[in-house]
Design a protein around this ligand. Sequence first.
Ligand SMILES: NC(=O)c1ccc[n+]([C@@H]2O[C@H](COP(=O)([O-])OP(=O)(O)OC[C@H]3O[C@@H](n4cnc5c(N)ncnc54)[C@H](OP(=O)(O)O)[C@@H]3O)[C@@H](O)[C@H]2O)c1
Length: 238
Amino acid sequence: MSSQHIAIIGGSSGIGLATAAHLLEKGYRVTITGRDAAKLQAARQNLNNDIATVTMDAAAFGRLGEAFQTIGPVDHLVLALGGGNGAGPFATVDLADVRKGFEQKTLAHFACAQACLPYLSKQGSITFVSAVSAQAAMPGTAGLGAINAAIAALAPILAVELKPIRVNCVSPGVVDTPWWDFLSEEQKEPTFAGFAARTPVGRVGKPREIAEAIAFLIGNGFTSGHTLICDGGIRLGQ
Ligand SMILES: NC(=O)c1ccc[n+]([C@@H]2O[C@H](COP(=O)([O-])OP(=O)(O)OC[C@H]3O[C@@H](n4cnc5c(N)ncnc54)[C@H](OP(=O)(O)O)[C@@H]3O)[C@@H](O)[C@H]2O)c1
């Protein structure tokens, strides 16, 4: 059992929430954050109230200092926040939406890591959650790929600049989470079936599988500057 404290920014849903559940089972103390207080409350009840919650907007850059002061000292930071802005065919994708994607994900991850530093243990770690759009050549993901590749680029640079703090990144493939709720249930099924057919393991991922990859990077003290691709092989482009 560990008494170490982990803050998960974007921990009220999907990958972040599964990571919170997995880390609680491993005996860590966990704080989850998100913008929607009701969602955080529901997540907390889902986890038997065994968790601290802090409502914060990771893209409200001027208020991050206050948010991390509220969270307090942390051993490990996980950045699991992000939405779907920036998706679409390169020829027509709305630049304002791409800009929003950078602000809501790349800059938000960057700013949270920066604001957490005064509270982060030197023996601890930062884990970014990027996306396989950074590694796979999928049409329609130029914006998402650029947004997520920029995040993956941070891991090796910060692993050196912030040493001995370890800095890593997980790059998930397609995972069944509320991220996909912009699709109706009728649309989701054929969409996931299409991704499954292009994925060597033959299915989309489960949030728990990404949580396990994040837990490995938190727990393994000799891994730093690494991007762990956890995508069922979809980047290999069948
Ligand atoms: N699902 C996939 O197929 C997939 C694949 C590759 C990469 N990813 C990446 O994995 C990460 C997690 O995605 P997910 O699938 O778990 O999505 P999700 O279920 O929609 O969860 C996103 C979480 O981030 C929080 N969040 C979003 N914007 C925020 C902000 N500005 N400030 C604070 N919290 C914020 C959300 O809570 P609030 O809305 O209440 O703020 C929620 O807790 C994202 O970065 C996504 O790009 C997902």
